[in-house]
Structure formats: structure tokens, C-alpha cells
Unconditional design. Structure first.
Length: 277
């Protein structure tokens, strides 16, 4: 266990680094312990019971390492596993869907909101339910974009190949007249420059990371777990797959020297199983 209680963050791969980066910006004294399940990325096409098991296993590890709060920095598991995790564990577990929804509702002017995410997240209908459940007159348009995560995991975030894939994904949403677009996967902000360029200045991109960390800050403050501004930190990074690949791609995306110390950890995952009851 770390001498200072860390904030746990997990994702299927490098995408959650967008949230970790925001924690570093808003809460610079907090120590982060990060787990990227790179052996199983992408999560988007996996069955729900498997996703719940993966998330449960990772959360158990982060708690064993002394995490005082956990950010589920994966929209897919936030959509399908968060209720189970919150029921099972007593520490705060914060997802990324609700904060992104609130930010989108504040940003939209015409009430036409788009959501791009993985197949599993879109199939869960979590964003649509959350957006329509706020009592505001909005229309929601969704699109799964399966190629995005593999591109980011490979460190490919610009160029003609990315532009072609992004253009195809956005076409129907732009035709629907959206003025706000939720980046419903934490990998997607790494593609934000291309997405914004193709969407045009009339579309506001919503990266849930900032709103998620504001919620984390409030939760920590309410529970007395918020560190002072001058605390020391020592981030830790773990993956289930190749640490060298995570280090190389992660450093390209966020330029954190600590990524060089990324370690492989063999958690006891099962590939298939029944959803925990």
C-alpha cells in the first residue's frame, strides 16, 4: 500500500489518461494509481458480464492498493458496471457518463446533442437515458465509432486515415444538426483536434474529464480526503498487457515521465462468466 492514499483510475487502455491528466491539473497534490486493462482492449464489443467482471477485478486491486476513491474512466464500464460496483464497495466510485451529460446540457443551445462512443456504451443507452431524464427538451443522436479506440491505442491520432474514419463517424450526426457532441469514450479526446476540425466551429465538444474531476474533488472534500495543495505525489501505472507499448503510446499522448515505470500486473481475470449477483 502507498504511504499516501491514492486516487484509483482505471480504463481499458490509455484513454483514462485523459482523466488522470485532468486530476493532475485540478488536484496536483493527489497521487494517482492507474490500471489500464490493455490485455483486453477494446472493451466496446465485449459482453456485459465480462465487462462487469473485469471492472470488479480491477476495483478490487485498486482498493487493495489503498485507493480512497476510484474513477471509472471508461464510459463502457461506467455504463454497464457502475451500479454493481457501487453496491459492492463502500468507497466512492465515480463514473464519466453523468458529468459529461451535465456538461452537454449546459453547453447546448439548440437541444440537439450527439454522442459518439463504443458499441457497448451506445447499446447500453446510458447517455440517452441520462440526457432525457433531466427534464429538459433535448434530442439525442448517437453513433458507435469502433475504429477510434484501436487507433488511439496505436498512437495514431492524426493524418488522412484518422480524418477518413472520423468523417464517416460524424456524417449522420452533423446531418442531424447537432450543436453539442459528447466524446463518450475517454480515448476520444486524443482525437479531438480532428473531430473539431471536421465538425466545425458550430459544434461544441464535451470532454467529460474536467467535469468528472470536479465531482471527484467535491467527493474528496466532503469526506475529508482532499489533500492540501503542497502534498508530494508518486503516481503508479499498471497494465495487464505490454507495459512498453503503454509507456510509448501514453508518453506520446500525455508526456508524463512516470509512465516509464509502468508495470505489468497479472490479475486473475476470466474471459467469460456470469454476471455477479
Amino acid at each position: 500500500m502507498l504511504p499516501v492514499q491514492p486516487v484509483g483510475v482505471f480504463d481499458s487502455g490509455v484513454g483514462g489518461l485523459t482523466v488522470a491528466r485532468e486530476i493532475n491539473r485540478q488536484l496536483p497534490a493527489e497521487t494517482i494509481i492507474y490500471f489500464g486493462d490493455t490485455a483486453h482492449v477494446p472493451y466496446g464489443s465485449r459482453p456485459v458480464d465480462e465487462l462487469v467482471h473485469f471492472a470488479d477485478t480491477i476495483v478490487g486491486f485498486l482498493i487493495a492498493r489503498g485507493a480512497k476513491a476510484i474513477v471509472d474512466a471508461c464510459n463502457t464500464t461506467s455504463a454497464v458496471a457502475l451500479p454493481y460496483l457501487r453496491q459492492k464497495y463502500s468507497i466512492p466510485i465515480i463514473g464519466v457518463i453523468e458529468p459529461g451529460v451535465e456538461a452537454a446540457l449546459q453547453a447546448t443551445k439548440n437541444g440537439r446533442i450527439g454522442v459518439i462512443a463504443t458499441e457497448a456504451t451506445i447499446a447500453s443507452d446510458a447517455h440517452r437515458r441520462a440526457l432525457l431524464g433531466r427534464g429538459k427538451e433535448v434530442q439525442v443522436f448517437t453513433r458507435a465509432c469502433p475504429p477510434f479506440v484501436p487507433l488511439v491505442e496505436a498512437g495514431i491520432v492524426a493524418g488522412p486515415r484518422v480524418e477518413g474514419v472520423v468523417a464517416e463517424c460524424l456524417e449522420s450526426l452533423l446531418q442531424a444538426g447537432i450543436d453539442t457532441l459528447i466524446l463518450g469514450c475517454t480515448h476520444y479526446p486524443f482525437l479531438a483536434p480532428v473531430i473539431q476540425d471536421l465538425a466545425g466551429p458550430g459544434v461544441t465538444l464535451v470532454d467529460p474529464a474536467a467535469a468528472t474531476v470536479r465531482e471527484l474533488k467535491a467527493v474528496l472534500a466532503a469526506g475529508g480526503g482532499l489533500r492540501g495543495p503542497h502534498g508530494s505525489r508518486a503516481h503508479e501505472f499498471y497494465v495487464s498487457g505490454d507495459p512498453r507499448s503503454f509507456n510509448e503510446v501514453g508518453f506520446k499522448l500525455v508526456e508524463w515521465p512516470e509512465l516509464a515505470g509502468t508495470r505489468k500486473l497479472a490479475l486473475e481475470f476470466r474471459e467469460k462468466g456470469s454476471t455477479p449477483g
